[in-house]
Write a protein that binds this ligand. Structure first.
Ligand code: RB5
Length: 144
């Protein structure tokens, strides 16, 4: 199961991604927003990341206008490794090297086709472990 959330700046993109994931047989939990009314992206980041931390979800997707604000907020939450991705290569590496458990994208930056392409690259990749685990351990040591 995958968890997703967006602010008003990516409401449309969220709808496209939910539809795409469901068409692929993925179960998606949608944390909102459910209309284009203005909200604060840290609230959405918190909702999605708490779900990711529960361990019940494969990964999370957070979206805002640029992806920047919501990725910054997500990365303030212990245990979250959120990657802001704008291309398929970065998305693949975010999983292979950084074991990102949340990806962020910008609804005002990416069209739906590119966002789907990026999402596919992330989902088709796997964490490579080894030296990368050591680096991730050091990232989380910074939270202390
Ligand atoms: C909201 O207008 C906008 O600031 C937000 O979606 C995001 O782009 C922030 O980083």
């Amino acid at each position: 199961m995958i968890v997703i959330g967006s602010d008003h700046g990516a409401f449309e993109l969220k709808g496209c991604l939910v539809k795409y994931l469901e068409s692929k047989g993925q179960e998606v939990y949608d944390c909102g927003v459910f209309d284009t009314g203005s909200v604060d992206y840290p609230d959405i980041a918190q909702k999605v990341c708490e779900k990711v931390k529960s361990g019940d979800y494969e990964f999370g997707i957070v979206l805002c206008g640029t992806g920047i604000g919501i990725s910054i907020a997500a990365n303030k939450i212990d245990g979250i490794r959120c990657a802001l991705v704008n291309n398929a290569y970065s998305a693949e590496k975010a999983r292979q090297h950084n074991n990102a458990n949340v990806i962020a994208m910008g609804g005002r930056v990416l069209g739906p086709d590119l966002a789907i392409n990026i999402l596919d690259a992330f989902m088709n990749a796997s964490f490579e472990g080894g030296r990368h685990q050591n680096r991730i351990d050091k990232i989380h040591a910074l939270e202390k």
